[in-house]
Design a protein around this ligand. Structure first.
Ligand SMILES: Cc1cc2nc3c(=O)[nH]c(=O)nc-3n(C[C@H](O)[C@H](O)[C@H](O)COP(=O)(O)OP(=O)(O)OC[C@H]3O[C@@H](n4cnc5c(N)ncnc54)[C@H](O)[C@@H]3O)c2cc1C
Length: 415
């Protein structure tokens, strides 16, 4: 069997590595002529780290990022509302890793080249169209190249060409009125030195976490300043690499100085700032059309809340490879993959629209807008525990369930 993958982002490359590990021939076609280390920080949650571990990548991924120890939520006065251990400290068999997206991307590319060979990874190949027959699918690219396989996996991101072909009426992603300004700064360690902190509320939020150790003890620190603006204003098409300007948002955060974090100083020391609207897309009624299916952001772009964008793409990739490796009919395998992943990601999408686990901030803000003397009097412990547990269950990384669930690694078979 041969699988064609359009899109060599996080999801496409993990799909390629998973198919290769299962003994299935595959080729990746990525539109960019060159892969550069783009983006800022992302979190690879324990359920996705389990998958990267089974691909033999745990050590390399941990070394390229920071093994996260804690997640903390605070109000805009810096008062801690909730904190919990993460990764192994929380009882998972696998760590959680905060990492520069570009670093993870280049690492996956390097491993894909090592394992599949350079000839299987094609750059500068933008998906243009497909033609199907009883035996397979012929995939055409804009530069005139073509490829043939039994199925096509479209992992071509939030502006997926394949998705647009199936749903031409859908239009652009949906914006919820918030803008994210994303950046990295070099800074002293915050709290444990491996803490992800989420501060503020739904309308005005600041997220900070380290993504790499520096030789002098400081950290390469990822941060996101988020603010709701007039939802009727025109917004520019979402582009992960559009430069942003500090003066557009600095004043909203200029007083956010605490004994454990100086937000304005962090903003001022940004290396470069990118701006991105908070967008997603509605869940689809179908991902699989004939011999083509969608994967990752092409199938279910999510708000970057709850750290699930790349983790869910990794889970898609692994689930898809398992079904392609264990079913004789590749089209039936696409449907089996979709039957598991589409409802799971649709439920998560709904949760992120309700602010996901960050809802703890909104509740604390509504009950104690001027801060609190005792968080227990504002939100009892059991309420905070329930919010955190509910989201983990929904996103598929509740510790006991994840530790006990069977592996997604298929038995190896002949190509
Ligand atoms: C440049 C870039 C920077 C990003 N930075 C961040 C970040 O800082 N923080 C964050 O949370 N998320 C970021 N993301 C999104 C994040 O990578 C995804 O949400 C997540 O990893 C899901 O992965 P994916 O493979 O589905 O999508 P992506 O990682 O977006 O990969 C999609 C890939 O498909 C390629 N592609 C698109 N159209 C075609 C086509 N027609 N034919 C062939 N290839 C095509 C794209 O070039 C891209 O490499 C970024 C994405 C990109 C592309």
């Amino acid at each position: 069997m041969r699988v064609i993958i359009a899109g060599g982002g996080i999801g496409g490359l993990v799909a390629a590595l998973s198919l290769h590990a299962a003994g299935i021939d595959c080729e990746v076609f990525e539109q960019s002529p060159e892969i550069r280390p783009l983006g800022v920080g992302i979190n690879v949650l324990p359920h996705a780290m389990r998958e990267l571990t089974e691909l033999g990548l745990q050590e390399r991924v941990c070394a390229a990022g920071i093994v996260t120890q804690e997640l903390a939520y605070a109000n805009r006065f810096g008062q801690i509302i909730w904190s919990e251990p993460r990764g192994r400290l929380a009882g998972y068999t696998w760590p959680q890793v905060s990492i520069h997206r570009g670093r993870l991307h280049l690492l996956l590319l390097e491993v894909a080249r090592e394992r599949l060979g350079d000839a299987r990874i094609h750059l500068g190949a933008r998906l243009a169209g497909t033609t199907e027959d009883a035996a397979g699918v012929t995939v055409r690219f804009e530069d005139g190249r073509s490829a043939r396989g039994e199925v096509l996996v479209a992992a071509d991101g939030i502006h997926s060409t394949a998705r647009t072909r199936f749903y031409p009426e859908e239009g652009p992603p949906k914006w919820n009125g918030a803008i994210l300004w994303r950046a990295t700064s070099i800074a002293a360690p915050v709290l444990t030195g491996a803490t992800m902190a989420v501060i503020g509320n739904r309308d005005e939020k600041f997220v900070v976490y380290p993504i790499a150790d520096l030789p002098d003890g400081r950290k390469l620190t990822n941060w996101i300043a988020e603010r709701r603006v007039d939802p009727n204003q025109e917004w520019k098409r979402e582009d992960w690499n559009r430069p942003g300007r500090i003066e557009d948002f600095f004043d909203w955060f200029k007083d956010w100085r605490y004994d454990w974090l100086d937000v304005p100083a962090l903003i001022r020391s940004a290396q470069s700032v990118f701006e991105f609207p908070m967008v997603d897309r509605d869940p689809l009624p179908r991902w699989t059309h004939g011999r083509v299916t969608l994967l990752g952001d092409a199938a279910h772009p999510l708000y970057p809340i709850g750290s699930n964008g790349s983790s869910q793409a990794i889970l898609d990739a692994r689930t898809l490879a398992l079904h392609l490796a264990t079913q004789d009919d590749p089209v039936a395998a696409l449907h089996a993959y979709e039957a598991i992943r589409r409802p799971a990601t649709a439920a998560l999408l709904e949760a992120t629209r309700g602010d996901g686990p960050d809802v703890v901030l909104d509740i604390a803000e509504s009950r104690a807008p001027d801060g609190f003397a005792d968080i227990e009097a504002v939100m009892p412990m059991n309420e905070r525990v329930e919010i955190a547990t509910h989201y983990k269950r929904l996103a598929g990384f509740e510790p006991a369930t994840l530790n006990a669930r069977p592996s997604l690694s298929p038995p190896r078979r002949a190509a």
